[in-house]
Write a protein that binds this ligand. Structure first.
Ligand code: PLP
Length: 377
């Protein structure tokens, strides 16, 4: 069994994907060919956002977004303590200062209450942050109703890192539409992946869109060889854009619903035995990961070993929070400020999740988990 079965997906879509790649190879427009504009249109439409600008990967998408939002060295940005490293990395790389915020243990996403606490703490030192970077972790939207309210009240831009969230929604409103600027990643294992690196930036603002298009090509002006600012080289290859077309179609037609079908089976089978992920009313996740929480590290170890013995892969997302990373060892915080996120890293376990699973596979996985827990003293 595969944790994420990319080969199975390719076998299923092989004919259209091979044809798409072949068309690009024969066409010769390997950079910024027609397929790039075409997929940008489709992605913008799907997410319900005015502009989509693709780029080289999800990390660049964040960097370019921060630049477009005019984040500067020493600016403060709130970011969850429990996320993939890139979310915090891009902030620090610019010389800005991440302020780590705790998560809600039911959703793994940034806690509005903890965000308010951190805003108050910073303000009490006479300082004001510029933005909050939200992360739609494991495919699920953050609590945007509250987050956006808090952001407005405190004059914070919202940068939405939806690298894992593509396809998730709240009452039909899609992820990648909640931020002033939002981003996603097409890394192969993400909900919508390509066959290499890729990313995209979304915004309703014409001004940001202009700026982002310039930043992704060396800060170009209207004349490509007149550079009006310092930028990046960060484009999505035409071949990757062409691969995303049939993949987005499959994602809309059945992949997203299959992911949700399998997540529901996991939850029904497991919820009496372990803490299963909670999807708030009106939310739909795209299940980048299906992550359970065990009672202890020992319990997790036994479950993971039992699965491994039967040839079933599982992963720990994530073994360390941001403040538990060596590079942030000097970060100052009060223990209880980040206690949920710091306390969860030794209990979480992500199970196989992709649209080409079989119901029997999930039932087998659940049986092994349930039997392992039952046999514990
Ligand atoms: C994967 C990921 C990124 C980075 O995306 P890449 O395309 O790998 O650069 C950023 N943030 C989160 C939350 C991610 O999961």
């Amino acid at each position: 069994m595969q944790f994420i079965d990319l080969k199975k997906q390719y076998e299923t879509l092989k004919e259209t994907i091979d044809a798409a790649i072949s068309k690009v190879l024969n066409g010769g427009d390997y950079i910024m060919g027609n397929d790039v504009a075409a997929i940008e249109n489709e992605l913008a439409k799907y997410c319900g956002v005015k502009h989509c600008i693709t780029c080289a990967n999800g990390t660049d998408a964040l960097t370019i977004s921060l630049k477009a939002a005019r984040i500067k060295a020493c600016d403060y940005i709130f970011v969850p303590n429990f996320t993939f490293f890139a979310s915090a990395e891009v902030i620090s790389e610019m010389g800005a200062k991440p302020i780590f915020v705790d998560i809600d243990e039911d959703t793994f996403n940034i806690s509005p209450k903890s965000l308010i606490d951190q805003i108050e703490k910073l303000n009490s030192k006479g300082k004001q942050a510029k933005a909050v970077m939200t992360v739609d972790l494991f495919g699920q939207s953050c609590d945007y109703e509250n987050i956006i309210k808090i952001a407005k009240k405190n004059n914070l831009l919202v940068i939405e890192d939806s690298a894992q969230g593509f396809g998730g929604s709240i009452k039909g409103r899609k992820n990648c539409s909640f931020g002033d600027i939002s981003t996603t990643s097409f890394f192969p294992a993400k909900p919508l992946g390509c066959y290499g690196d890729g990313g995209a930036i979304f915004t309703d603002s014409d001004d940001y869109a202009e700026l982002i298009k310039s930043l992704r090509v060396h800060g170009k002006g209207s004349d490509k060889y007149d550079n009006i600012r310092i930028g990046y080289n960060s484009r999505l290859d035409t071949i990757q854009a062409s691969i995303l077309m049939p993949k987005l179609k499959a994602f809309q037609e059945y992949e997203l619903s299959e992911r949700n079908k399998f997540a529901d089976i996991y939850t029904k089978q497991l919820r009496a035995f372990v803490k299963t992920p909670i999807v708030p009313y009106g939310f739909e996740s795209s299940w980048a990961q299906y992550t359970i929480t065990l009672k202890s590290e020992a319990e997790r170890q036994e479950v993971q070993t039992a699965l491994k013995d039967k040839g079933i892969p599982s992963m720990i997302y994530y073994p360390r929070t941001m403040v538990q990373q060596t590079v942030y060892a000097d970060y100052k915080y009060e223990g209880k400020d980040l206690e949920v996120s710091n306390g969860i890293t030794n209990k979480v376990l992500s199970l196989p999740m992709h649209p080409y699973l079989k119901e029997e596979d999930i039932k087998t996985i659940c049986e092994i988990i349930i039997n392992t827990l039952a046999s514990r003293p």
